[in-house]
Design a protein around this ligand. Sequence first.
Ligand code: ZN
Length: 409
Amino acid sequence: MDHMEIKKEISKYVDTRLEDLWELSDYIYHHPEVGFKEYDTSKKLMDVLTDEGFCVEGKSGGLDTAFVASFSIGKVKKPRIDILCEYDALDLGEAMPTETRVAHACGHNIIAATGVGAGLALKYVLEKYELPGEIRIVGTPAEEGGGGKIIMQDNGVFDDTDAMILLHPTSGKSKIAGRCKTSVSYDVTYHGIPAHAGNHREKGVNAHDAAVICYTGIGLLRYQTTDDVQLFVRFVDVGKESGVIPSIAKLQIQIKSFNPNSVHMMTSKVKNCIKAGALASGCEVDMEEKIGYLGRIYNYTFEKYLRANFELLGEPLKEGMVDDNGGEDFGNLMRKVPGIMPYPSLITEKRVALHTVDYLKLVTSPRAKYVVGLGSKVMADTVVDLLLDPGIIEKARKEMEEELEKENM
Ligand SMILES: [Zn+2]
């Protein structure tokens, strides 16, 4: 089978469908919905994929706005390769005007459109060249908070998947994602006893003091962590009474690292700092532990093919697999099934932070339309490489297992 010929066909096909894909991206942009509430968007995506001849099932993994759209020819449904779509929007907060408060400031409209684009191109070449295997476009809700992918994973949606790919737009030079961070956070509330700060101060129990002791303890802990650990602590509510011993104080604490074991090792120390605040001040404390996403890991086996396909399409890339400090639920998935993540750029000449109004402007730009085409092609090309040589997937799985083992050393 001639890989190059198939990839040329993919390019031509995506070019003929680019207006449709761009329209889809535009539709999603104009119907922003936050995590687990992407009713309109998921319906639109399922309708499009049904019309295109995919076998579409909604409510995957028990989530109302998740779906799986699969396609294969013949009986050989292996390897199974999943192309993941995200489509949740962000709530940018009270400072925004109501009409633009919920918006696609992380560009998930582009993720969904490119996922569909890659899927359509793959269906086209699977039929034309009678390629083996099964491709699935998987709609995964609530990446920005809630971890839709993890719920789907826990409910078995990815049990028989052999490899997965997820695109995310970025800024600066295009890149292939390396590691990101595992996190655990704590919402802490200290409850003291209010009392007049002058006349009856001995009757008060000061919640601010508890928070300061905790804050200081965590600040000192920073000197005794391994290099890869980040500790964040901030005050979120300190009460507004004046002349009174404050009876409430709230903190948010987060532990982050590339290595989940490093995060785990810090949790008991951080909890001790939280308890120390309560003990020293005499306050009661409520602490809610929130397990965040697991970090992504390297997969140089897949990276090699993805890079070659970006090069084929003329897109310059940063060297290597590029780490970032964020977190995302794809990290949980790619620790069970080998995966890879292309990050094509919406603006190559500078960096623009995700989740901002400036980034929101980029997700409908002419370059964004180009990225929808580029992303569809590069993912479809890479999936073709894997379908034609499942040995690559085998090697990638081994690499995944080795990467996970390294974290324990
Ligand atoms: Zn995002």
